[in-house]
Design a protein around this ligand. Structure first.
Ligand SMILES: *Cc1c(COP(=O)(O)O)cnc(C)c1O
Length: 806
């Protein structure tokens, strides 16, 4: 939008005075932030209203992205950037003598997600608006987001993330006119509907009120405003007497109280099922209602509506949609089923079996009695149809929804929809040949790949403004709106002046991070060192422990030969462990104790530093990632579905230390073998070991003296204060045969690290690598990913009004 600095200052001061009842000279950063947010709201609200009006008038098809997680982080800068007024606001603040950085830090991260999956959902919201598609989010308005992590004596301590704080969510608007009721528990029986049909009667159900809060999602430079709808729970007034005590009320409020902090594992808890159904039912009910306002026949709803199921958490959607169409609007089963399959699509995010949700039938039928009946009916019809088509018994059994007293949510999502996609090429291949191979046999046409992406604007223009200016200098500003122009940078990867510029800007980012490290941990690090970073959720399959083993090896190298040549390294970790994930927490403790040992050893000095930064989250990622030289993406091949931090690092000029897993493979395809460092087993190697059961980690431990010494370091007292954790790790690696093949990959990893050190020593070579990564990172823009979803899965076209600029 067009906005002069004068106009902005005027609007901002007026808002500050009238809404916040305060003046510049006394306002706190938090008050300034709220005033700024409200000023921005005034700018985009007319666009939002116009957008909704147009979509309805033109009867445009809308895709709804259902996800129990959205992890946008801070919204202020994104909103300013996308409105095209970030520079005007910064200039206005400079004139007013306000520190923009301080104000932006007053915004609490919106952390309604665990990690990559939630971050992807947030990226898609931005990209849907930016590409102009009518794509709306549907999720939960958790009062507490992902826990806040503190490190105390090296241990992770979890604190509640009271993200509303005293100012609430400044971006949301409560929408009373879209309130709906959601039912749980009770009994369902059939009565004669009078027209020869049966009608279900719900008795003794618990009725809860779903209240939507809408958070606008602004497109970059195009005036488009989409919507992210987050549901909160309330007790309907007419049922208030049923909840006489505070305890009773709290049990209801629990449904939207807190995000489950588990990443890649399924808790199987009743409250989780209630959360999932609550959001899914509320979302689908309002979608059907707003469709009916268009005056079109319900059985053709698929022409105007798509519903996407992000991982299995909203996978009850096909059954709930059937229930709404049949029970509430009287559609025949076959018409409803036809519509449901065309509306629904599903993304699988993991092959880890512990993360594929299943519910015990007893619990499911108790919580959702009518939905359970419908699921059983879907399942029976599915089995009968498959059998009629001549599919063998075993395949049918393997793909059924209800089996061995469990409801398989992924199966419901696949059977009840028309599309299932993986999130990177290798992941989709694994789904076809392994995890979902029986489904692939019976419905190959449903399978497709959509490699994940990232919002390039957040990771460059917002997180790395210095780098962005350097890119401007060499290839102009066109890449800011057309990311594919980044490829022009390929022309300069060997230009010594360009290399010097990109080196310089990386050093500045490293210094910023070094300052933060010193402030928060007291550890002094030098930017002469290689900054080697692994930031992501803590999980055994991601193999932070392999990184730790390498650090231990370097520690012994220096101790054995203190006068030897050594390229200094700073190892930086950031990771939250699920509160109940004991082993992951032990690894955090080990990293912190190892850091204490190394950082306080004068003989080691600046050669080696280890830093664990607490409370890893989006806003911290924005500080850390642009400062990295090395991006550690070292999961066991086949286990990381895609990864997205690998893409963020690539885009900001880090070189990836990678296994051939997830999107690392596609990064390698983009940059070429010489501009990435690959090590370790391939997925086929891993599967061969599974097939032959020939892996024996103790054999490696017994025969390789380097590995022997590194593994012993966990238990021989070298690392103080972590005897219990050390022996747990020893047991995982040796006694329990090293589930993630760390010992197998260790030697290859160490060699790759030595190779990388040599590469870094040759600055021209290194900068060629770094810049080649930036230049070819356009492949991973979520704008393109979402275009593929829109065209290939949802059959969406751009709304006719979607492309105007502001
Ligand atoms: C991108 C991101 C992730 C995902 O990281 P992976 O390395 O792909 O697992 C997790 N958390 C945050 C805060 C992120 O920004």
């Amino acid at each position: 939008m067009e906005l002069t600095t004068e106009q902005f200052i005027h609007d901002f001061e007026l808002t500050l005075n009238e809404q916040q009842q305060t003046i510049l000279s006394t306002a706190t950063p938090s008050e300034l932030f709220v005033a700024l947010a409200h000023t921005i709201r005034q700018y985009y609200t007319p666009l939002w209203i116009e957008r909704n009006k147009k979509l309805q008038e033109n009867k445009d098809k809308i895709a709804y992205y259902f996800s129990v997680e959205f992890l946008p982080g801070r919204m202020l800068e994104t909103n300013l950037l996308n409105l095209g007024i970030l520079d005007v606001v910064k200039e206005g603040f400079a004139q007013l003598g306000i520190d923009f950085t301080q104000v932006k830090q007053a915004e609490h991260d919106m952390a309604l997600g665990n990690g990559g999956l939630g971050r992807l959902a947030a990226a898609f919201m931005d990209s849907l608006a930016t590409t102009g598609y009518a794509g709306f989010g549907n999720g939960l308005r958790y009062k507490y987001g992902l826990f806040k992590q503190r490190i105390v004596n090296g241990y992770q301590v979890e604190l509640p993330d009271a993200w509303f704080g005293s100012i609430g969510n400044v971006w949301e608007t409560r929408k009373d006119h879209d309130i709906v009721d959601v039912r749980f528990f009770g009994n369902v029986y059939m009565t004669d509907a009078g027209n020869g049909k049966l009608k279900p009667v719900y008795s003794d159900a618990q009725v809860l009120r779903a209240v939507p809060y809408d958070v606008p999602q602004l497109g970059y430079g195009n005036g488009v405003v989409n919507n992210l709808r987050l549901w909160d729970v309330e007790i309907p007034e007419e049922y208030e007497l049923s909840y006489p005590t505070i305890e009773d009320r709290r049990r209801v409020e629990d449904i939207t109280a807190v995000l489950y902090p588990d990443d890649s594992s399924d808790e199987g808890k009743k409250l989780r099922l209630m959360q999932e159904y609550f959001m899914t039912s509320a979302g689908l009910q309002t979608i059907v209602k707003s469709y009916l306002k268009l005056g079109l026949p319900l059985e053709r709803i698929y022409e105007k509506v798509s519903v996407h199921i992000n991982d299995t958490h909203p996978a009850v959607a096909p059954a709930e949609f059937m229930r709404i169409l049949i029970d509430e609007y009287g559609l025949e089963w076959d018409d409803a089923w036809n519509a449901t399959q065309k509306v629904m699509s599903y993304t699988n995010h993991t092959i880890l079996s512990e993360a594929l949700e299943k519910w015990h039938t007893g619990l499911f039928a108790h919580v959702l009695p009518r939905v359970y009946q419908i699921i059983v009916e879907i399942d029976n019809r599915y089995a009968a149809q498959m059998s009629a088509q001549g599919v063998d018994y075993e395949t049918i059994e393997n793909t059924r929804i209800v089996r061995n007293n469990q409801v398989h949510m992924a199966h419901l999502a696949i059977i009840g929809g028309h599309s299932v996609n993986g999130v990177a090429q290798i992941h989709t291949e694994l789904l076809k040949e392994d995890t979902l191979r029986d489904f692939y046999k019976v419905s190959p046409e449903k399978f497709n790949n959509k490699t994940n992406g990232i919002v390039q604007r957040r990771w460059t223009q917002i997180a790395a403004p210095g780098l962005s200016k350097t890119i401007d200098k060499w290839i102009g500003q066109g890449w800011r709106s057309d990311i594919h122009e980044l490829r022009k940078l390929n022309e300069y990867v060997d230009n010594s002046q360009a290399q010097a510029d990109f080196w310089e800007v990386k050093q500045l980012a490293k210094q910023r991070l070094a300052d933060y490290i010193e402030q928060t941990t007291g550890v002094h690090v030098t930017t002469d060192a290689i900054f080697d970073v692994q930031v992501k959720r803590l999980h055994a399959y991601k193999r932070q422990l392999l990184n730790v083993m390498h650090i231990i090896k370097l520690y012994w190298d220096i101790k054995d030969n203190p006068e030897g040549e050594f390229t200094p390294r700073v190892f930086i970790f950031g990771a939250k462990a699920a509160p109940g994930y004991h082993f992951a927490k032990s690894i955090i403790k080990i990293i912190n104790e190892l850091a204490n040992l190394i950082n306080n050893d004068e003989q080691i000095g600046d050669k080696l530093k280890v830093v664990f930064l607490e409370n890893y989250r989006v806003s911290l990622a924005e500080l850390i990632i642009p400062a990295a030289n090395v991006s550690e993406q070292i999961s066991l091949a086949s286990k990381e579905a895609s990864g997205t931090s690998n893409m963020k690092f690539m885009m900001t000029g880090a070189v990836t230390m990678a296994t051939l897993d997830g999107a690392n493979i596609e990064i390698k395809d983009e940059v070429g073998d010489d501009n990435i460092v690959i090590f370790g087993m391939t997925k086929d190697d891993v599967y061969n070991h599974y097939a032959t059961r020939d892996y024996y980690s103790r054999g490696i431990y017994d025969n390789d003296p380097v590995i022997h010494r590194v593994v012993n370091t966990f238990v021989d007292g070298t690392i103080p204060n972590c005897q219990r954790e050390g022996s747990e790790i020893f047991d995982a690696l040796i006694t329990y045969n090293d589930e993630y093949f760390l010992l197998q990959d260790f030697t290859s990893y160490v060699e790759a690290q030595e190779h990388l050190t040599q590469l870094y020593a040759d600055r021209a070579r290194w900068m060629h690598m770094s810049m080649t990564n930036i230049a070819n990172s356009d492949k991973f823009t979520s704008d393109d990913t979402i275009r593929q979803y829109a065209q290939e899965i949802w059959n969406l076209s751009l709304p006719s009004h979607g492309k105007h600029r502001i």
